[in-house]
Ligand binder design. Structure first.
Ligand code: HC1
Length: 586
């Protein structure tokens, strides 16, 4: 441990603690822009400068370790003046159309300019042409608002191992760009949106479809169906002023009705459906491999996360046969809404508009993929992020705290705890194991074993082994098999898992991969900020939701039973293949 004084107050901290973190321990806030706790130190914005006694220059507190006996001043005249100049310089290169900016009110640069009362300045437009890249259906990049802090570049490289964004040129010409300066739609971007959630300003945002959705709602000829992703119910609260980690499912339903959606339905329902289809697919592959000794692609890997799908298509396209052919729950919902549900409620599918509320920017890209037209129409018309839904709720003047509770419509509205936990890393695996156990053994999983703890939490790659015992007669060939599973979240972890698979050393039968750190609760469309502390609160809320549900296993969902009896007939059957399964692009 070492001792330092900060603004005259002594504090003891572990060795190698940065000045920034030492100050935090003491409750002293030092402003930063390039720093983000998810990312490595950059030290390039210089906003966090502090004075250290005996040092000739001011020091970047995020990049300077405290040393024993250091005397640090975070708020001296020198520091304040220098900090103010840095903010002025950043503002001089930043298009300050704050009133029209999507991040107005949630922009770190705006907050600092306000705090330091920067009331005049000159904007030097460094990037006159092609400032706004709207080539991607998911993400928008506006260089005129970029402060070159490189948080996006680090998120893309460190968290996601994608490196679609990079730094080019030097000095005043320096900019954040892509390989050969191509538009986002034409590079290896996975649309995951981690650049967006790590951007301090409005330089990177999701493509916003709020007005299109309002138009659909106001159109009396349209029946507008909304589906809500598992993670939304534990994060939308943050967009309307609640603390992270609040479960607001029933109020969310009421808010959506108040906004004017005609049918309020749930992606958790199709998450349950995914478990049935994917669980049977896994059993089918295991049967071929273990009983029939056929050469079949194992491990099978989940396919719910569209950022992950784009990543494997770009980076490991020789291994696409390992992906489950199941569409994601979002894309299972779309064609079911425009066929089965449309018929049930007597609406012409052409007059139906399907809107998804997702914690994910890549879902916008997924919905726009040409193969996602199993209903004969575009299956999902618009995808809004949690942030966009928050905006609609605020625009409509809805006070979330005063909303009464509501229930989802039926059918495609009922779900189980297994569907809910899809939103956290490890959740798909846990849901699948709950169902697989009962499918294989014909016995009910003991209540105390419903929470499968080894697959939970924020470790980058998690693994578990389950010995299969006491099988039904038809699965006798699986008796004694040790089922090995792994879970990865964040594409840098996906790369590790895929490298192992590529080298022929993957010991697993089944792998879950989610593109974003923490899974969908940490998705690129989630409230900003998102940090590990917030991810943990959202995940805990998801598990709490699960424990409070009437049903906790997908195969117990009465609406799932009904849709098979009524329409799909059997898992992996003809209708399922037509509507619920897909193939991938090399
Ligand atoms: Fe997800 Fe999924 S869990 S991918 O993380 O499988 O986005 O929440 O909706 O489709 O259900 C996201 C979340 C979401 C799908 C489901």
């Amino acid at each position: 441990m070492i001792s330092v004084t900060i603004d005259g107050t002594p504090v003891t901290v572990p060795e190698n603690t940065t000045i920034l973190d030492a100050a935090k321990l003491l409750g002293v806030h030092i402003p930063t822009l390039c720093h983000h706790e998810d990312l490595c130190v950059a030290g390039n914005c210089r906003v966090c400068m502090v004075e250290v006694k005996g040092s000739r220059t001011l020091q970047a507190s995020c990049a300077t370790p405290a040393s024993d006996g250091m005397e640090i001043y975070t708020n001296s005249r020198l520091v304040r003046t220098a900090r103010k100049h840095v903010i002025e310089l950043l503002l001089s290169e930043h298009r300050g159309d704050c009133l029209r900016c999507y991040r107005n009110g949630n922009c770190e640069l705006q907050a600092l300019a306000n705090e330091y009362r920067i009331d005049q300045g000159v904007f030097i437009d460094l990037h006159k042409e092609d400032q706004v890249d709207i080539s991607s259906p998911a993400i928008q990049k506006d260089d005129s608002k970029c402060i070159r802090c490189q948080r996006c570049v680090r998120a893309c490289t460190e968290l996601q191992s994608v490196s679609a964004l990079c730094v080019a040129h030097k000095g005043a010409d320096m900019r954040i760009t892509t390989f050969w300066d191509k538009a986002l739609a034409y590079v290896v971007c996975t649309n995951c949106g981690q650049c967006v959630t790590h951007c301090p300003t409005g330089a990177l945002t999701e493509r916003n479809y709020v007005e299109d959705v309002w138009d659909a709602i106001y159109d009396p000829t349209k029946h507008v169906v909304v589906q809500t992703a598992p993670a939304i119910r534990v994060s939308i609260g943050e967009e309307v002023g609640l603390e992270p980690g609040q479960r607001v499912t029933k109020r969310l339903v009421t808010a959506l009705r108040r906004l004017g959606f005609d049918s309020v339905l749930d992606t958790d329902f199709t998450a349950d459906l995914t478990i049935i289809e994917e669980g049977n697919e896994l059993l089918h592959r295991l049967t071929k491999a273990v009983r029939d000794k056929e050469d079949v692609a194992l491990p099978m890997i989940t396919s719910c996360s569209p950022g992950w799908i784009k990543y494997i298509e770009h980076e490991f396209s020789n291994h696409l046969d390992h992906l489950s052919t199941c569409k994601s729950p979002q894309q299972m919902f779309g064609p079911l809404a425009k066929t089965y549900y449309a018929e049930k409620i007597g609406v012409d599918p052409k007059d139906m508009v399907v809107v998804s509320i997702m914690p994910c920017t890549a879902k916008k890209f997924e919905a726009a993929r040409p193969e996602m037209m199993a209903s004969g129409l575009r299956d999902v018309d618009y995808v809004l992020t949690t942030r966009e839904l928050g905006l609609m709720i605020r625009q409509a003047g809805i006070d979330f705290t005063k909303l009464e509770e509501g229930d989802y419509d039926s059918i495609l509205g009922k779900s189980t705890g297994a569907g809910a936990i899809f939103g956290a890393t490890g959740g798909v695996m846990e849901a699948a194991l709950r169902t697989a156990y009962e499918l294989i053994t014909g016995r009910e999983i003991p209540f105390e074993n419903l929470n499968i703890k080894p697959v939970r939490g924020l470790s980058g790659v998690k693994e578990a082994t389950l010995k299969i015992e006491g099988t039904l007669e038809k699965y006798k060939f699986l008796e004694g098999v040790e089922l090995k599973v792994a879970i990865g979240h964040g594409l840098a972890n996906a790369r590790k898992i895929m490298k192992q698979l590529e080298s022929g050393e993957s010991p697993y039968h089944f792998i879950e991969i989610m593109a974003c750190p923490g899974g969908c609760i940490g998705g690129g469309g989630q409230p900003i900020p998102t940090t590990d502390e917030i991810r943990t609160k959202r995940a805990n809320a998801i598990y709490d939701e699960d424990e409070k549900m009437q049903y906790r296993k997908s195969h117990d969902n009465p609406e799932i039973i009904e849709i098979y009896e009524d329409f799909l007939k059997e898992p992996l059957g003809h209708k399922s293949h037509e509507l619920l399964h897909t193939s991938y692009v090399k």
